[in-house]
Ligand binder design. Structure first.
Ligand SMILES: C=C(O[C@@H]1C=C(C(=O)O)C=C[C@H]1O)C(=O)O
Length: 369
């Protein structure tokens, strides 16, 4: 067996155990990293600001609940490159225990069909048109049967190859179950007081001729400018100084988005949790006004987002932080794969266009199965 096949087998075995690990690959990098914790429970964190002064791999839900706590995988091991990862994996004695943790959520009642999506769409549009909200993000979950030959580790490697510009991860804990994703959206990255975030929104199908010269309509521009406006407010309150780049088009798999990059100085690196508390959820995944939109989504969207549209990646007060919004992701269960996607709605949104947008976004994960 080649080394790579051995790694794949060991990683797949790890997803059947009660250990905690995250494999991840940063955008534009070749090297894969592993965060591994041998002891059984990840640290359960009850509020985002409790991330202050912590270090490790973060797996944060859209909403923190008893069932979906904010998780921190303690970096007992943090390795870079297959050589180091492979050498470490081969030292492990992996007992594939029966996966008893309660993470195979009973979704049978909440699988979103087109008609349940459209029913929620009507509620969301009504609330937007009545003037209660400027923007609301509506999402859904599509479950597909897991084929017996499906291999999480191979899917991870395929995503790394297919989406070189994305943050690709495979994360497993006994609390969350196994998730993987390939997301284009930075929530917070940087270190030593110099950080970046992005306002990413607006979606179109990517052109097949590889040009990014996409003409953006008013609705998409408006949708993205609301995210930029929100980030300017958060940065004005929290950053020592900040600047923004010109808005450009970013390709993410088979779709493109509008992106405005922000750079800022945040010297109090022991308080990254406080900053994340204010950043999450941005109007790219929630809406405006933020608190009301958040409550509306939780009450009316009609299913549980769990860790979709939360955030994930490596957090460190002293070194480099790389946190991404958990989009274009799926939950890997024994019998099925649950894929998640959503999109921002404005009062002028059209139901068929929005449905198709979620279909396009689901293709990021479908494309590697
Ligand atoms: C909500 C998602 O994506 C977000 C919403 C977008 C939009 O509404 O156009 C675009 C990029 C992301 O910020 C998703 O992929 O599920």
């Amino acid at each position: 067996m080649t080394d790579q096949l051995i790694h794949i087998e060991l990683i797949n075995k790890l997803t059947q155990t009660n250990s905690c690990f995250a494999l991840y690959r940063l955008p534009g990098e070749e090297s894969v990293r592993l965060v591994y914790q041998a002891s059984e429970q990840p640290t359960l964190i009850r509020s985002i600001s409790e991330l202050n002064n912590r270090e490790g791999f973060v797996f944060a839900p859209f909403q923190i609940t008893d069932q979906h706590p904010l998780l921190l995988i303690n970096p007992e091991r943090h390795l870079a490159g297959w050589e180091a990862i492979g050498a470490f994996l081969s030292t492990l004695t992996i007992n594939d225990k029966e996966n008893t943790a309660g993470h195979t959520s009973d979704y049978s009642t909440q699988k979103n069909t087109k008609s349940t999506y459209l029913a929620a769409f009507e509620k969301f549009i009504e609330a937007l048109q009545s003037g209660r909200f400027n923007k609301l993000v509506l999402s859904r979950c599509a479950a597909i049967a897991r084929q017996p030959e499906f291999s999480p580790a191979e899917a991870f490697l395929r995503a790394c190859a297919k989406y070189p510009g994305a943050f690709v991860y495979l994360c497993h804990t006994p609390v969350s179950g196994t998730w993987m994703g390939s997301t284009p959206e930075v929530l917070l990255k940087g270190g030593h007081a110099a950080y970046q975030t992005v306002a990413l929104a607006g979606t179109r199908k990517a052109k097949t001729d590889c040009t990014t010269a996409t003409r953006w309509d008013h609705k998409n521009k408006n949708e993205q400018s609301l995210v930029a406006l929100y980030l300017r407010e958060v940065l004005s309150r929290n950053a020592e100084s900040w600047s923004e780049e010109k808005t450009e088009t970013l390709t993410a798999g088979n779709v493109v988005h509008l992106k405005t990059g922000f750079s800022f100085s945040y010297p109090n690196t022991s308080k990254l949790g406080d900053l994340l508390q204010q950043l999450h959820p941005t109007p790219a995944v929630c809406g405006l006004p933020k608190e009301e939109a958040y409550r509306f989504i939780l009450a009316e969207e009609g299913y549980d987002r769990e860790y979709y549209s939360g955030f994930t990646g490596y957090l460190s007060a002293d070194n480099q932080t790389d946190l991404y919004v958990n989009l274009r992701c799926m939950k890997i269960e024994a019998g099925e794969l649950k894929l998640f996607a959503g999109g921002g709605l404005l009062p002028s949104s059209n139901r068929e266009t929005e449905w198709k947008e979620t279909e396009e976004k689901l293709k990021t994960m479908r494309g590697i199965l």
